[in-house]
Design a protein. Structure first.
Length: 525
């Protein structure tokens, strides 16, 4: 996702417009449900049995710290982005209050509550910890020097996506996200928490991979490497809540066999996706390492289905490096400053920039099927293949429109040489973005392995599942996007979708027009 409002200059549009001790804690801890089964030690545990347990509707923030006069009322981070069940996590917290509490919620369906509290601390001593300065030529902000505030045990925590809620004595609250990852994914639908992308947009400490302290006008002052050793800005889990949690709720409601991993885990473990039924890239999954891309491509070529439920996926090539708290906690991306990347000239395939740009350009559409075009759009989604199996039961007809569902970033099928075939365009939505006429596509293609690959092509797909009217999307749209997503998840969970649902190539029916902003830029291929 890129900041809005830039003129239609592709380079500027995509770049410059963007831009306590363990003992004391453990004695204070209490589990709200100590009987929760460890999935690897109790064969009876399933997503269904997990979601049959009572949920906790009181998991949302009542007083977000980011909304107070002092946004530093409470904030914190964990020393791990993911752990296996039972592995402890260190929590680093800064608060202006004397004490705070921490609670861990597993995100799911739980009868509509969408979360279950699995652990809670007692009252813990608080301290205000220093705001660090950016360091080095990469202008990296790290709070690794903070003192440990708590150690969280994860014994008996099932695999899944979690939010740790911090509550200061005065009531201010903030989230710390954590993934309890799956040790194996064979036979499951894998949900990938896009931690690398979360961190790229994190402005905590005044620097993200887009902006420096001057905000949108400070592209030149942005960080070139961002650390996981710091809190997230705003409520602490903004991108997770907007682009990932609604799909998690739906997938768990369907009681599918699920696995949970992060982008860092895919990079770390070569065989992590072996035998997976499907891999799901959620609503905003922009930053990928070469290893991530290769492993998901390899999985596709072995018959694993792949779903992209957003837009702009696999757009930035990054590198994960070591931080003070461990490996793969530093997200490196020089973007337009790629000639300054230390690997330039020695390992160009690892130079951090856009995947479609030199050196070693590899446009994303060879995997995603679609080509990211721009940000700043808001347009109606228009169905053009109503008889497609993904639309079954939704009641759509050719030309059915869903206002504002396309945006703010969008993809389209260009027919560029890397486009996988056969590919089937399911939606073709005309739009105007920054005064330029273009269009969006949703598309489905099948690989020789039998794998099916679907891309919604719009970043608002996941947001719409909540039916809350965000961005002017009518609440009723959730019935459509929810129905399509259910069809997708059920079919992808059953094995290689292309064997039952081969794509019917229809690319020839869609032609670019004079002045097309992508087709006139062959250098972008």
């Amino acid at each position: 996702m890129e900041p809005q409002g830039a003129p239609w200059d592709r380079r500027r549009l995509l770049e410059s417009a963007a831009a306590l001790s363990a003992g004391s804690l453990l004695s204070a801890c209490s589990s709200s449900d100590s009987s929760a089964a460890h999935p690897e030690h109790a064969g009876a545990w399933t997503v269904r049995t997990e979601n049959d347990q009572p949920g906790d509707r009181d998991w949302r923030l009542r007083d977000p710290a980011g909304g107070r006069a002092s946004h530093r009322a409470i904030e914190g981070y964990a020393d791990r982005v993911s752990v296996l069940p039972g592995e402890p996590v260190r929590l680093f917290v800064s608060t202006t209050d004397r004490t705070f509490r921490a609670e861990a919620f597993r995100m799911g369906w739980y009868g509509g509550a969408r979360a279950r509290r699995v652990w809670a601390s007692g009252r813990l001593p608080g301290r205000e910890q220093p705001m660090p300065e950016p360091r080095g030529e990469t202008r990296t902000v790290s709070a690794a020097a903070w003192r440990t505030s708590a150690r969280i045990p994860t014994a008996h925590w099932p695999e899944g996506a979690y939010l740790v809620r911090l509550t200061a004595e005065g009531g201010a609250q903030r989230y710390v996200p954590l993934t309890v990852r799956s040790h194996r994914t064979a036979g499951r639908v894998v949900l990938v928490n896009a931690v690398a992308t979360w961190q790229a947009y994190n402005t905590w400490g005044g620097h993200s991979l887009y902006y420096g302290p001057g905000g949108k006008a400070d592209y030149a002052g942005r960080a070139l490497a961002v650390s996981c050793d710091r809190p997230y800005d705003r409520d602490g889990a903004r991108l997770f809540l907007v682009y990932e949690q609604p799909v998690i709720a739906l997938a768990e409601r369907l009681a599918l066999p699920l696995a949970y991993v992060t982008s860092m885990d895919v990079d770390r473990q070569p065989d992590l996706l072996a035998g997976a039924r499907a891999v799901v890239s959620l609503g905003h999954d922009e930053y990928w390492t070469p290893a991530m891309r290769q492993r998901i491509t390899t999985a596709r070529d072995a018959g694993t289905n792949v779903a992209f439920l957003g837009a702009n996926a696999c757009f930035r090539r990054i590198r994960l490096e070591e931080s003070a708290h461990g490996e793969r906690r530093l997200v490196v991306c020089y973007k337009t400053d790629w000639p300054k990347d230390p690997l330039h000239g020695t390992d160009d395939a690892a130079v951090t920039t856009d995947w479609r740009e030199p050196p070693h350009a590899r446009p994303e559409n060879s995997l995603t099927g679609t080509f990211y075009e721009a940000t700043g759009a808001s347009a109606a989604y228009r169905v053009t293949a109503p008889d497609h199996w993904l639309f079954a039961g939704t009641g759509v007809r050719r030309g059915s429109r869903f206002p504002h569902l396309v945006g703010t970033e969008y993809d389209r099928v260009t027919g560029a040489p890397q486009t996988p075939r056969p590919i089937e365009i399911l939606a073709h939505s005309e739009l105007v973005c920054h005064d330029v006429r273009s269009y969006h596509n949703s598309a489905y293609y099948t690989a020789a392995s039998g794998a099916g690959v679907f891309n919604t092509g719009t970043m608002r797909w996941v947001e719409s599942l909540n039916g809350d009217g965000a961005h002017g999307i009518p609440p009723a749209t959730a019935r459509f996007t929810g129905g399509v997503t259910r069809n997708l998840l059920h079919a992808f969970a059953a094995g290689p979708a292309g064997r039952r649902h081969p794509a019917r190539d229809n690319l020839a029916a869609y032609h670019p027009y004079a002045g097309d902003p992508v087709w006139t830029r062959h250098d972008l291929w």
